[in-house]
Design a protein around this ligand. Structure first.
Ligand code: SF4
Ligand code: SF4
Length: 201
């Protein structure tokens, strides 16, 4: 069994001696923002839409038929799909990847999956942060020590609150509105989460 890299206030010092603390994304050529599908929940959607209210949702929300564990399957126009961030046509780049550089245009409010990458919270222990196996990063890089509690809290919120809530909303939608389109689903998520109407599609 592969040894897990675990970061916690107790083990940070040990790993800090082996790996540099840093942010290697700026010089990385691994294209993680192009090659991966970015699955989202209602919580990601609310966060992005609140920060970019003037940007039509149809410019950055899409669905995929590629299945994945954890994120539930939703029925849109009768088809089983999952909600994702849109890719630029032709290139496969995430629409939020700034052109010419490896920078996320929505870094401060990017989806959970992006903010956590390349780390994750172990399913069996919400107190620590671990380096995911099989990531594209060429070398493990350390989360700055002061960010560990913040990421752990974010992971807890995702597993205990956001994902179960999203699964419940999807279950309700599939039962009542499975034949409706993506625009209707996105508005259903926003209205169910914030009770507001009027977001631009
Ligand atoms: S593969 Fe890793 S190091 Fe490279 S851009 Fe993505 S997160 Fe950053
Ligand atoms: S939202 Fe940002 S971090 Fe996530 S894939 Fe797109 S550009 Fe990359």
């Amino acid at each position: 069994m592969e040894k897990r890299l675990i970061f916690s206030p107790d083990t940070f010092g040990k790993w800090a001696r082996r790996y540099r603390v840093g942010f290697p994304c700026l010089t990385c050529t691994e294209n993680c923002c192009t090659d991966y599908l970015i699955y989202i929940t209602h919580a990601d959607l609310v966060q992005i839409q609140s920060a970019l209210p003037e940007v039509p949702l149809s410019e950055y929300v899409d669905v995929t038929s590629v299945s994945v564990d954890d994120y539930p399957e939703v029925r849109i126009e009768g088809r089983p799909v999952r909600l994702v961030i849109k890719k630029a046509q032709g290139s496969g780049r995430c629409v939020f990847l700034a052109s010419g550089v490896n920078l996320c245009a929505i870094h401060g409010f990017s989806p959970y999956i992006c903010r956590m990458y390349p780390f994750q919270i172990p399913y069996d222990d919400y107190r620590e942060l671990e380096f995911r196996t099989g990531v594209k990063c060429r070398e493990p890089f350390l989360c700055p020590e002061e960010q560990i509690p913040e990421l752990i809290q974010m992971g807890k919120t995702f597993w205990r609150h956001d994902l179960p809530r999203y699964a419940a909303l999807v279950e309700q939608w599939n039962r009542l509105h499975a034949e409706k389109n993506l625009e209707a689903f996105v508005h259903f998520l926003l209205v169910s989460s914030r009770g507001e109407r009027g977001a631009v599609w």
